[in-house]
Design a protein around this ligand. Sequence first.
Ligand SMILES: Cc1cc2nc3c(=O)[nH]c(=O)nc-3n(C[C@H](O)[C@H](O)[C@H](O)COP(=O)(O)OP(=O)(O)OC[C@H]3O[C@@H](n4cnc5c(N)ncnc54)[C@H](O)[C@@H]3O)c2cc1C
Ligand code: SF4
Ligand code: SF4
Length: 944
Amino acid sequence: MITGKYKELYDGLTGVIPKERLLHDSLSTLAFGTDASFYRLIPKLIVKVQSEDELQHVVREADKLTIPITFRAAGTSLSGQAISDSVLVIATHGWQKHEILENGGKIRLQVGLRGFQANGWLAKYGKKIGPDPASIDSAMIGGIAANNASGMCCGTSENSYKTIADIRIVLSDGSILDTASKESCESFVKNNSSILERLEKMAAQVKADKVLNEKIIHKFKIKNTTGYSLNALTDFSNGFDILKHLMIGSEGTLAFISDITYNTVVEHPHKALALAIYPNIESACKAVQILKNQPVSAVELMDRAALRSVDSAKGVPAYLKTISDNAAALLIETRAESNGQLMANTEQISKSIEAIATELPFSFTSDNKEQAILWKIRKETFPTVAGMRKSGRTAIIEDVCFPMPELASATLDLQELFAKHGYTEAVIFGHALEGNLHFVFNPDFNDQTEIDRYSNFMDDVAEMVVDKYDGSLKAEHGTGRNMAPYVEKEWGESAFKLMKEIKDIFDPKGILNPGVILNNDNKIHLKNLKPMASIRESADKCMECGFCEGTCVSEGFTLSPRQRVVAFREMERLRLSGEEPHRAAELNNLYKYAGLATCATDSLCYMKCPVKIDTGKLVKELRHEGHSQRSESIAAYISNNMSSVTAAMRAGLSLFFYIRLIMGKKVFGALATTFHKFSGGLVPLWNEHFPKGAKKLSATKQETHSLTDVVNNTDKVVYFPSCITRAMGVAKDYKDSLEITQITEMLLKRAGYDIVYPNELNSLCCGMAFSSKGFVEAGKQASDKLEAALREASENGKYPILCDMSPCLYTMKTNMGDRLKLYEPAEFIQDKLMGRLNIRQLDKKVAVFAVCSAKKMEVDGAIAAIARKCAKEVVVIDSNCCGFAGDRGFLLPKLNQHGLRFIKEQSIGCEEGYATSRTCEIGLSNHSGITFSSIMYLVEEASR
Ligand SMILES: Cc1cc2nc3c(=O)[nH]c(=O)nc-3n(C[C@H](O)[C@H](O)[C@H](O)COP(=O)(O)OP(=O)(O)OC[C@H]3O[C@@H](n4cnc5c(N)ncnc54)[C@H](O)[C@@H]3O)c2cc1C
Ligand code: SF4
Ligand code: SF4
């Protein structure tokens, strides 16, 4: 229940922001109370803002009531800076615009875009944005800039601080400044001159204080995200310059960033990589000193424990298991404009370090596959160590930086600290050129003695990093709450005073992310720790990093995969402990819809998860556990009687189809909507793209053709039309009256194939319809029966097997593995049909959508490649999953609507669309305004 001043704020926001974007129920506040750090704070209110006007309104209302607000982008922060126990403002959906400027020399990006998207747009200009955190596929521009995030290559010269051109911000009183706009700057001078004056005065004072000035310059020679970007005061004198650079790394504590313009950096196309194994850390670090002056783009250091953690991973070279106990490795990358330059670089680099003996000989490779394997060693270290932790433990990744000449002794000192505090599992790796080390360890925060151990360890780390090496306690990840108690220790009193003054200049009332960067509580890093209850293996490994969120169709609608896991963890903790029964019941109730019903169970989240958690599978497990014996029996009955079920579906669909023809769209649509509503969503919501029932297939076991355009009449293919395509015929808006099964048959014959249909075709089904709902046994029964029929039809896997629906084929591949030669429709067309057909490019613009199962099988490029051969212009619809999810699109059409909210705009000018899933095509047609059908139709038309 929202009460007191939060209720006042809520009421003040409702006129401007729709209620469905103002969340305060127990499930939402729990789900959003997490970022990738090991802290949890439960917000009172979550506000999803979709425009600057809305944001401005929120800031003004919060300012009026003096209520703290915290901004959130992707929530992948590791130091506890993207969480709040007050108001969490999410600025992601609606903050998606970009503009390429000066022929790729600059790019203006709104804050809800993910880093990799910017690099995708810049690729054709041979450019990229400077900041390159390892999380770039997930992290958003707002978080990248506000954390001054960096990675393997960008160092201190290409981070957001160094590459910012302009910024647009909303200040704590709601006023806006856009440094790219002359008018905005002029108006700011008029209305906020005191901010600029105070900043300029501070900069002048710092420059006059030689010791402080030198200290700041010295500390920013290495990576540093502890405290504010004080280098803005030594690098600049003009108020606007100081302001925009202070915003970088300010972690949402000074202002809201609406958009940022970056000066882009060159992305060289040619790359080579080498893995050099040294007998010890000292020799590896000696090599790093030399490499600093060589044409290298990245040098990554890994200690022996880090190498050991990944030496059993698939594809990793076997020799890693045999290297000596003190060995350390360097991953050395060089990039160049041309191949010739690349070769010259590799030669020069190898020569420069030849005097330092390695344990094994090494050489550079420019082969992409080999490079991917070597990168795997470095990139899998963190997830592997995190994934190996015992249930209930927390995965922590720390981030310190030392002056580069001290790297060897600092690494050894860190190893000593691990031994002293008993963190035997800890591993070290990092960006050696910058002296930036990450270390990963897994404490158990369920126990006070363990929290004390962590506290003592962190005190020792701070003493070592600051007192012994004058390094930085946070190099990339931001101060957050985690390092706030140590900011003054690292910076000293006078610099700390500057930071407090900066906060006061921009946020005098202290409403912007209070407690982050500056915090009076010197134990704040030990408070609000996330409970990590040990619940079930399929979820325990989750480190709540949020990498899965960008792929999830229900993110932004109900819950993301991370939030499903977070909520499930808490519900299980409450169930097992018996605590807070009322809250537990409320969470369980809300979870039924937000957690279970609105998950598409497509498992796209699994593909992005570093520790390989499959939330879709977890949801299926939970659905299964919720089934009664009776519903299991019904599922088993249906699975055993597929022939009658598809016949009933055909009849039902045709009945609906013809009634709708008689009644007309308006009357029938209204009636169908009423039925859907009153049935509580159990009756599918009709839309005009519902097909009529298909004609019953009368396929004999073996059909031979007698066409004249036969290429090789000895080639056979087993064609398995899925139960969906056997039941669903053409829709009213189809321009072709032939059903997909007829089109496929026609194409196969045209390409010269003998078609073999599996026996008892009408009773076969892949089982997906059952397993996706958690009816495991019924799903297995159907799958086993299908496999036996396909085995017989293909003469034990001798012939390729084509299924006309990607999702069914994916289920078949999952269940049957490589035992049979199974082909997804677009994959089959590309590999087995295109070469046999005479394709003529049609003069039209079409849209294509690669359904999620094609993405999971990594054949998603095929449909676009085929379409480009068949049509003059092709638009690839940009959405991970359409959210139709079998029958979800009929029963929960809002999920489908959310998944395809951009399709109308994306398909402008397209005559028709193509995909590889009959059910998804209904949703795609419904939301795009053009008719989507199987890609087989396009190929058939182009090969007539
Ligand atoms: C496995 C893993 C690996 C990582 N690797 C790296 C790495 O290599 N390098 C690195 O630097 N970081 C790394 N990170 C940390 C994190 O991903 C980055 O710092 C990232 O830039 C955070 O972006 P985000 O979109 O998740 O921001 P969030 O976490 O949502 O927010 C970050 C901060 O920015 C503030 N903020 C968000 N939006 C705005 C806005 N519009 N205006 C003002 N303030 C705003 C928030 O209040 C918060 O303080 C890693 C994280 C994980 C989980
Ligand atoms: S499920 Fe995987 S990707 Fe998602 S938050 Fe958990 S660990 Fe990260
Ligand atoms: S299975 Fe799909 S909808 Fe469900 S959590 Fe994973 S990505 Fe989201």
